[in-house]
Design a protein around this ligand. Structure first.
Ligand SMILES: Nc1ncnc2c1ncn2[C@@H]1O[C@H](COP(=O)(O)OP(=O)(O)OP(=O)(O)O)[C@@H](O)[C@H]1O
Length: 276
């Protein structure tokens, strides 16, 4: 694994995504209150926080699933009061899902190929009939997808229906599906949730490699503070829909509000365990 501090810091560029004063409520529930943060080109940016802190809501604002009541989203210099999922995809924002969005009965290859659809120019009919340009285009896309399969070291399961794979491998296929879009920015929703330590280490390495080799900007959310600290350039910390910390992993670890939020969670868990 490449050393994050020495290797990548020099590659981090200008701000590519600027979330400005975002507020989002569901009825009376304030999911996000006046949150601002930015993401720089080529960086790995984590959003962490205890359960219910607002992490998924924030990711859903970035890719246009939720419309904030207040605030602006600036992507690549253009300002929007909301994204739409389609516009986000067209601007090169791809995401993975906590509960996986794969076609369980389809093969690994076809699932990753499905992520490629937005990039395909030829219509489905000419593809189906394998007419000249469509066939050449299809070959190019297949090569690209095969490269992703090599990169993620899942060759052995190319033809296997995804539903038969262990969870850790399914997460890797989901990453492959998102990479097939050749995204400029990749949003990862708890990429290591439900994984054992070895799978978490593997996933960390793939995330770093995607960032290093393709230069992809990565925003990931996670509630386990430990796993993301090693791979992130900067970390935003949310708690009850508010931003309580923002900075390098070291700065965030030393932030008294962050310590309190996480100790609070531990204290609660201990109290619950003691009662049981
Ligand atoms: N679609 C929705 N309708 C109503 N309330 C919602 C909706 N989505 C989120 N919320 C509420 O918004 C708050 C933030 O939830 P969110 O899922 O964004 O937190 P999170 O940090 O991602 O939590 P977790 O780590 O448990 O996934 C919670 O109080 C949640 O109940």
């Amino acid at each position: 694994m490449m050393d994050k501090q020495s290797g990548r810091a020099s590659r981090v560029g200008d701000v590519v995504l600027d979330m400005k004063n975002i507020s989002l409520a569901f009825g009376g529930v304030k999911a996000l209150t006046d949150i601002s943060f930015d993401v720089r080109e080529h960086e790995i940016r984590a959003i962490i926080g205890p359960n219910g802190a607002g992490k998924s809501s924030m990711l859903n604002v970035v890719n246009g699933v939720y419309t904030p009541q207040q605030g602006n989203i600036v992507f690549d210099g253009k300002t929007f009061s909301r994204m739409s999922p389609r516009r986000a995809a067209e601007m090169g924002i791809a995401r993975t899902f906590q509960n996986l969005a794969l076609f369980k009965g389809m093969s690994v290859l076809d699932n990753i190929m499905s992520g490629r659809n937005l990039r395909m120019k030829c219509g489905l009919l000419s593809q189906a009939l394998r007419l000249g340009p469509a066939e050449r285009e299809e070959t190019r896309h297949r090569e690209f997808v095969e490269n992703i399969i090599d990169f993620l070291e899942i060759q052995a399961w190319r033809k296997t229906p995804v539903g038969r794979l262990p969870y850790g491998l399914q997460k890797r296929v989901d990453l492959g599906r998102a990479l097939a879009m050749e995204p400029r920015m990749l949003l990862l929703d708890e990429p290591m949730a439900g994984m054992n330590i070895e799978e978490k280490q593997d996933m960390s390495r793939y995330i770093l490699d995607v960032n290093d080799e393709f230069g992809t900007t990565i925003v990931l959310i996670e509630h386990d503070m430990g796993v993301v600290m090693d791979i992130s350039d900067r970390v935003v910390v949310l708690d009850y829909g508010r931003k309580i910390g923002d900075g390098t992993p070291d700065a965030v670890r030393a932030n008294p509000d962050v310590i309190r939020a996480y100790l609070g969670v531990d204290a609660q868990a201990n109290a619950t365990a003691a009662q049981a």
